[in-house]
Design a protein around this ligand. Sequence first.
Ligand SMILES: CCCCCc1ccc(-c2ccc(S(=O)(=O)CCO)cc2)cc1/C=C\c1ccccn1
Length: 240
Amino acid sequence: SASHRLWPEIEQVVHQQVAWARLGLGDSGTGWQLFAEDGEMRMYRREEEVDGMVVDPLKAVHIVKGITGHEVCHYFFSPQYRYDWETTLEQMTVLETIADDSCLFLQTHKRIWPASQRDVIFWSHIRHLPNDQDRDGPDIWTVVNHSTEHKDYPANSGKCVRIFLTVCMLCQTRVIPPKEGTPITRDNISCKITYCSVVNPGGWAPASVLRALYKREYPKFLKRFTSYVTNQTKDKPIMF
Ligand SMILES: CCCCCc1ccc(-c2ccc(S(=O)(=O)CCO)cc2)cc1/C=C\c1ccccn1
């Protein structure tokens, strides 16, 4: 709701992240390196460090047949499905339901040896945006997750190291119109997904461990999540 203390930040970060996600990978000079490929999925990262910590931005582009951007964002945003697809999740708590399109989450992720266990607090916002650049281009569904603080859960007060992240799942649905007068089926639709993430691991973690972890975990995460949406939606009416 527009009166909530986080609303101004949500508005600003969502528009910034949508603009960022819509930028392609620029020309080769922008330092994006392809590090994983699987069918239609391409994953890129840039090697960046802040105070000696790896904070490599990640950008993945994937095209999935048979599902819509609304469906991808619905299953990514809604808390009730998260344990089904987020394999590294140990505990998820909804700290606050800000509005029907905005929630505040506390998540602890499974410990990844040799680093210590991590937790994160972030707001999550789901948004349907008309395609403002290209009038007859496909509209956009997006979910933005952005870390924030919460007075009852100070950082690094328990066993977990607090991490910071900004994640944007941006989707555009493509429809190949079927023969005149026949209904659109899942064979006529596909979704172009751009997943961007920047994770600051909080306390120190060896660069080699982090880069190996991301190289292994991100492709697994995006494949598993999109397969989950395909399975959840295959026998249901299409959510446009
Ligand atoms: C030393 C270990 C530090 C990294 C641990 C870690 C940090 C963050 C996150 C993470 C990744 C995606 C999101 S999200 O896209 O918002 C979806 C909601 O859960 C939120 C959190 C995970 C993991 C741990 C493993 C890991 C790393 C990549 C990809 C997948 N798993």
